[in-house]
Design a protein around this ligand. Structure first.
Ligand SMILES: [Fe+2]
Ligand SMILES: [Fe+2]
Length: 252
């Protein structure tokens, strides 16, 4: 499937297109390192939040422990600067099959989709590290952008809305990432551009998985909720933002 076909549903799902000034800012040489570093952190956060959801809602205690073990070397690399990045490639293994909690209302579908998603995000994480190595970008700590927090603060505080809202936020983050990879690809070095296009395919599927899960868990039609978060997301993307990042608004 040509990647333009993957983008059509994403572009109609998102309530605004990435503004041109963001693309202009993103392709400036002085922002090259920041974009890769923030992308790296986004891949880790994507795996962490998916893991949080299945640990909280779906899997039994033993499975939860195995999930944390899986993520540990990746978190240690980022938060404690432990280990070399090449070693992480072989660590993307979940050592146990996941079992649902006895009282979980949420099915195997949530577990299976999220486990595959985590595996793919950690693979992307390693691929970004490989790109950083290729382009000579050193890992360093950076602050996170306002984007995800800006959406998550609108998540309802009672169930099952909390879970449904978080899944919808996940869908928007994946869809926006996908749209931005496509925006950037023609303007960057071929190796990086090809990498962005390869990511687009899995992020397009992730966005659909999040949306389908949200609808399957919700007792009601989620259209109004999706609309609501679509507006919140579009506002974060199309309003001024002094902190340039992968998901930032219009550069000031
Ligand atoms: Fe990813
Ligand atoms: Fe993703």
């Amino acid at each position: 499937m040509p990647y333009s076909d993957l983008l059509n549903p994403i572009n109609s799902f998102l309530k605004c297109e990435t503004p041109d000034p963001w693309v202009t800012e993103a392709i400036k040489p002085e922002n090259f390192s920041m974009l890769l570093l923030d992308h790296l952190i986004c891949e880790l956060k994507a795996s962490q939040s998916a893991m949080f959801l299945i640990r909280k809602y779906a899997v039994d205690k033993e499975s939860g422990i195995a999930l944390l073990e899986w993520l540990k070397p990746f978190e240690q690399f980022i938060y404690k600067k432990e280990g070399g990045w090449q070693d992480l490639i072989d660590k993307n293994i979940l050592k146990k099959s996941m079992l649902p909690k006895s009282n979980s209302k949420y099915g195997q579908d949530l577990i299976d989709k999220m486990v595959l998603l985590i595996k793919e995000e950690l693979h992307h994480f390693c691929q970004v590290l490989e790109m950083m190595d290729h382009y000579g970008v050193e890992y360093k700590n950076i602050t996170s952008s306002r984007y995800a927090k800006g959406m998550l603060k609108h998540v309802k505080t009672h169930e099952p809305d909390t879970l449904i809202d978080k899944l919808i936020c996940g869908a928007y983050i994946e869809a926006r990432s996908c749209e931005r990879f496509a925006k950037l690809a023609p303007h960057v070095d071929k190796r990086l551009g090809d990498f962005y296009i390869s990511l687009l395919r899995s992020e397009a599927r992730h966005y659909q998985d999040y949306l389908e899960l949200a609808q399957s868990i919700s007792p009601e039609d989620i259209t109004a909720k999706v609309e609501y978060f679509g507006k919140v997301e579009a506002d974060l993307i199309s309003s001024p933002d002094a902190d340039f990042k992968f998901h930032s608004g219009i550069p000031e």
